[in-house]
Design a protein around this ligand. Sequence first.
Ligand code: C5P
Length: 232
Amino acid sequence: MGKDVIIACDFSSAKDTFDFLDQFTEEKPFVKIGMELYYAEGPSIVKEIKKRGHKIFLDLKLHDIPNTVKKAMSVLSSLDVDMTNLHAAGTVDMMKAAVEGLTKEDGTRPILIAVTQLTSTSEERMQNELLINASINDTIVKYAENAKAAGLDGVVCSPLEAGMVKDACGKPFITVTPGVRFADGEVGDQVRVTTPEKAREIGSDYIVVGRPVTQAEDPVAAYRRCVKEFVG
Ligand code: C5P
């Protein structure tokens, strides 16, 4: 499977998104559409970006009862996205239902990955508020194993966790990793960051990069630098 750079299109309107994407005249980057843009613009934003020839990771992080997730996934599948996700905390049954809902009549489906523990959740909060008494790393590995058992393709995790997920679930199990910064760039609100080059060394399959590209003076040059450092 090819490694790729996914640009997080964290914009609040279709106009801002298209103004950004219009700058890419030579390449068609893989883009991530998150809750902000999807809730603002609805399914039409997915169809429009797809029509322009981009691959799409629809990052809506579903988490509900199995039947509801199955039906919602079937709707997302009809949008013809390339990758989507859910919360592993919804249990193996919910994840299995998601795979069923996502699978089209011809047996194909988008890549489905699970969020293990959000990177905003600290071990302390997980133990004190959620009463999960394991370590955060053990929880991440167990949730990744559950995702694999349910038939999912991989997980979203910090690049620093990609190695242990690969050790537990095997090399083909996909790791999609946000929290990427250039060595000479601003870190912003991300805490555990790595460079595209380091993410490649650790074993990420896809890096998700937002502000280092979207807020760059020259976004196309920043994207190309990411691809060069990550894919080679
Ligand atoms: O701008 P930046 O590169 O920090 O954007 C990272 C993207 O990845 C954002 O869309 C953010 O919501 C997402 N993300 C993350 N950490 C996670 C899951 C998703 O930063 N654990």
